[in-house]
Design a protein around this ligand. Sequence first.
Ligand code: NDP
Ligand code: 8X3
Length: 250
Amino acid sequence: MKTVWITGASSGFGAASVRWFAERGWRVGAWARRADRMEALRAEIHAAHPGAELWFEPVDVRDAAAVQAAWDRRPFAEVDVLVNNAGLARGRESIEEGSLQDWDEMIDTNLKGLLYVTRVVAQTMVARGQGHIINIGSLAGREAYPGGNVYGASKFAVDGLTDGMRLDLTPKGIKVSQIAPGMADTEFSTVRFHGDRAKADSVYSGMQPLSPKDVAEVIGYVASAPNHINLADVLLMPAAQASSTLVRRS
Ligand code: NDP
Ligand code: 8X3
């Protein structure tokens, strides 16, 4: 039985990935801050798959000490796959009007949080001489768009970091991949616009975005590739999207 560790498991891609892996018999360890959401997810999965081995713990990935302590408490000694998914955007203001708090939150979560989690998990994988780390980047980490400034920069950082991690970890037997989705309808835009649902919904008006399940299926596919194959970099977009700024709408 294989084990996957997923951050940002309380909604969106992370929750859909927990479902995908649990339904296929993987052991799943998962972190996010909202314990109630993870508890509901656990109940849902156990109702359909009573034998599923799940471990959920509320963890804020921005807190390096909490990440280390939670990792030390994990019930599964060996983890085969880490999905670095926790992340968020805050705001879409032009750069001179951006909020310092929003900037800190994005950089602390999308970059520093990913680093804190990677460090503890990679140490365990290196000691074992095998493992696979999948970073969730973004189309926003490949090309800038107006108002995407700091969010995009945090995802450009994930793109560069993925390459750096691959150079460090390939000689140690660890695969490192990135999946970079385009527009997907999760809680992402609601979080970005600080709870303004109407504004969030308008992002996807007249087009079909990716669903959380679409992205989870690709994460699962990348995680399930034979050992000698690394799907190193996957750019995944809705068919209606050609770039960050060109989207076909009805
Ligand atoms: P959601 O808002 O639905 O999910 C984000 C997840 O990240 C939640 O489970 C949230 O849990 C978790 N999270 C946020 N901050 C923290 C934190 N400090 N510590 C632990 N967990 C945290 O959005 P998505 O599913 O869309 O986002 C998942 C990833 O995909 C992000 O990295 C995002 O940048 C990226 N992405 C999203 C795209 C989209 O269009 N939706 C496209 C490309 C990439 P909680 O709040 O409970 O902590
Ligand atoms: C999220 C994709 O284009 O909404 O990473 O910023 S986008």
